[in-house]
Design a binder for this molecule. Sequence first.
Ligand SMILES: [Zn+2]
Length: 182
Amino acid sequence: MPRKLCNRNGSINSTLPVAKLLRLSEFLHDNHGQAEVSLSFDKDDAGHCLITGSLKADVRMVCQRCLEATDVKLASDFAIKVAETDKEARDIAQSGINTLEQLEVVRSEEGELDLLSLIEDELIMSLPIVARHTDKDCSETLTSLQEQARQAGENRTSGSIQGLEVLAELKKALKEESDKQK
Ligand SMILES: [Zn+2]
């Protein structure tokens, strides 16, 4: 399929439910969300099939602080040259004129390329290593703020107990002083 699309400069613009991407879903809190897929197919000067793509997806991952769901935006831009034979793959790799950044070479099986798994691979590679809420949205932050407030409250209490002790010491000292004067 990619070969034909490259021959006629085809393009694909569509949305893909995250639920269809089972391997990606394993990294997520749940499989809610959509991926926006934009692929264009061309041929380079040497006749190799070139796919440039842009992917965006809103997914939910597990916050590593509070373990609840947090929204994550995934984005991936990529350029791929498709090789139908190992020799073609070597030729592309050695041509050295790959000015495109992050160019990948993908070996297709008899001209067939699994676009779905290619898209899925790119999305998996764009996952953040650690997902986290921003401080204000994280329930763990809220818990720790409440904890801090509670501790501050305890300090105030123990502070006033200390104050009473100091007062008792002072009274005792004054009494001893006045006893001495008798
Ligand atoms: Zn969180």
